[in-house]
Structure formats: structure tokens, C-alpha cells
Design a protein around this ligand. Structure first.
Ligand code: GA4
Length: 325
């Protein structure tokens, strides 16, 4: 029998658990960025799932592994060393606490602001900071490419109508490195998984995730079923955020997702959240609207939305407050 020690029990008591699901997301849209069909498939995926996987992206495994190794060096260092880079307000090192309103998960993380030059925190190595900077520039470039394909396909112009928001030096984007330690005791005892990062949608335009070869990411399909996304450390996973849902008047789906911690393997993920400048108006592009179609949302700026998001709990329906009744 597995006996849990008191410190382990204490550290787990605020964290929810979940039964592992056997539903695997087998129909995941896979987009080869170099294929002529890419833009059509991306738009179909954004409508149906708000989620797709990108291959043939030109970012080398060697570089990705370097960043992953450097991130693990940080996460494997002594707690008091890591704490020098925290607490996150909202940027910096955080452990179990997610956001300012009491959400908890089996995760530790570094959250960076990527507006212009990345801001380093005390306690972070120059190497890690340099790699994060380089990574963010490459991912931003790839995200712009994808947003330009979307603009072309749904015929919003100019072609950079979406991408300019994240290319702008005032773009309010961020980057997060997450580390989900394994928790073998709990799994052995209950057969359940700890919630690493609870269900939520991302407030921004588009998010891009890369993880090591450990599963855990799940997305919620239109019919409400949760499915596990098979891990693939060579690819990138894109998900539509709330802002893009608004800008397409609900045609694209801001997908609910969550991460379960594994029993035996640690998961490392890196996510870039491409967001608009604070003053940007979040409203549907007139070109996507059919004649006589009503705007589903009230008009608001990204600054207003973000303020409201930071007052919410992770799992809240944040766009609900901005829907027209
Ligand atoms: C979810 C997406 C990003 O990880 C994030 C998160 C942010 C945070 O961790 O500080 C939030 C969450 C996220 C939305 C609601 C608020 C803010 C935690 C939270 C409870 C960095 C973001 O931009 O919004």
C-alpha cells in the first residue's frame, strides 16, 4: 500500500483531481505549413476545434531541446533559488498558485512579458533569458505567418490585419514556461490525476504550445467531450483565443483546454500568447460579417478585456460579460 506523507498530503489538498480519460483526440488537424492547402485547413480547424497542430515549421529540434534543458535546469534548482524570481505579479516565478484569484494547480512556471525586449527577473540565468528571447521571436514570426494565411482565407484585408497586432511593439503578448512535476503517490493511491492547469480559454488572439513528449493536454470538443491530445515534441499546437473568436464574430472557436499532471513523467511546456496592443478595439472585422449579421459582442478594447480577465477565476466564461444580451 502507498502511504502518503503529511507534507505531500498538505501540498495536494488544494488541488483538484480528475479521472484519466480514454478519449484520444485522433482527428486532430495536422497542418503542413509548406503545403498549398494549409490556409484552408487552418481555417476549417479554427472553426471546428479552435485547435490544430503545425508541422514543417523550420524551428530546429536542437534549439527546442536547448531551451527545454535550460528550463529544466531552472525548475530542478533549489526552491529558495527559484523563489528569487517570484512571486508573479503577474510576471515571474509561480508555484501552484495561478493568477490572482485563488486558482491552484500542480504546476510551477515562469511567466514573461514579451512586449518589446524580454524583461529578465532576478535569479534567472542569462542563458535561459537569451534562449527565451530567441524562441519568442521565432514563434512570433511563425504565428504571424499563420495569421496572414487566416486573413487571406477569410478575406480580411490588408493581409496583415491580424498579424500586425502581434508584430506591433506595443503588442501585449506573453510567454510561459510550465513544469508539471509527476505525482506517482497520488496516482498509485487513487488512479486519478492531479489537475496541472485547470480548464480555461486563453484571452489573447492565438496561443502556440510546444511540450516535451509527455501527455497531459486535453481540449474540449463542441459536444462537451474532453479529449487527450497525443504529445508530439517536434510539432507546435495552436489554439484560438477569445480575441480571435470576437474578431470573427464567433466563427472561430476559443477552445477550452486543461492539463492533467502525469503520474510518472514530468511535463515541460512552453506557450506563447499572441495578444493585441492594449488600445486595440476588439470587434468583428466587417469583411467577415454577412449582410444584416449582428455583432454578438459589445465593443471593448483589449485593455478592458484584460482587466476584466484578471478579476475572473480561471474557469470562468470571460467573454460572457461582453456578449450582447
Ligand atoms: C490564461 C492564459 C495565460 O496562461 C495567462 C493566464 C493568466 C495568469 O496566469 O496570470 C490568468 C488566465 C490566463 C486567465 C484569467 C486570469 C489571468 C490567470 C487567471 C486566473 C497568462 C493569461 O493571459 O490569461
Amino acid at each position: 500500500m502507498v502511504v502518503l506523507s503529511q507534507p505531500i498530503l498538505d501540498s495536494l489538498s488544494h488541488i483538484k483531481t480528475c479521472k484519466p480519460t480514454s478519449n484520444i483526440f485522433t482527428e486532430i488537424p495536422v497542418i503542413d505549413l509548406s503545403a498549398p492547402t494549409a490556409k484552408t485547413l487552418i481555417v476549417e480547424a479554427c472553426k471546428e476545434f479552435g485547435f490544430f497542430k503545425v508541422i514543417n515549421h523550420n524551428i530546429t529540434m536542437e534549439f527546442l531541446s536547448k531551451l527545454e534543458t535550460e528550463a529544466l535546469t531552472f525548475f530542478n534548482s533549489a526552491q529558495q533559488e527559484k523563489d528569487k524570481s517570484g512571486p508573479p505579479n503577474p510576471f515571474g516565478y509561480g508555484n501552484k498558485k495561478i493568477g490572482p484569484n485563488g486558482d491552484m494547480g500542480w504546476v510551477e512556471y515562469l511567466l514573461f512579458c514579451t512586449n518589446s525586449q524580454l524583461i529578465n527577473f532576478p535569479g534567472l540565468s542569462q542563458t535561459l533569458c537569451g534562449l527565451v528571447n530567441e524562441y519568442v521571436s521565432s514563434i512570433r514570426k511563425m504565428t504571424c505567418e499563420v495569421l496572414e494565411m487566416i486573413a487571406e482565407e477569410i478575406q480580411i484585408w490588408p493581409r496583415d490585419a491580424l498579424s500586425r497586432m502581434i508584430r506591433d511593439e506595443k503588442s501585449d503578448s506573453c510567454f510561459r514556461l510550465n513544469h508539471y512535476p509527476p505525482c506517482p503517490e497520488l496516482q498509485a493511491l487513487s488512479g486519478r490525476n492531479l489537475i496541472g492547469f485547470g480548464e480555461h480559454t486563453d484571452p489573447q488572439i492565438m496561443s502556440v504550445l510546444r511540450s516535451n513528449n509527455t501527455s497531459g493536454l486535453q481540449i474540449c470538443l463542441k459536444n462537451g467531450t474532453w479529449v487527450s491530445v497525443p504529445s508530439d515534441h517536434t510539432s507546435f499546437f495552436f489554439n484560438v483565443g477569445d480575441s480571435l473568436q470576437v474578431m470573427t464574430n464567433g466563427r472561430f472557436r476559443s477552445v477550452k483546454h486543461r492539463v492533467l499532471a502525469e503520474g510518472l513523467k514530468s511535463r515541460v511546456s512552453m506557450i506563447y500568447f499572441g495578444g493585441p496592443p492594449l488600445s486595440e478595439k476588439m470587434k468583428p472585422y466587417s469583411q467577415v460579417m454577412e449582410e444584416g449579421e449582428e455583432n454578438l459582442y459589445k465593443e471593448f478594447t483589449w485593455c478592458e478585456y484584460k482587466k476584466s480577465a484578471y478579476k475572473s477565476r480561471l474557469g470562468d466564461n470571460r467573454l460572457g460579460l461582453f456578449e450582447k444580451s
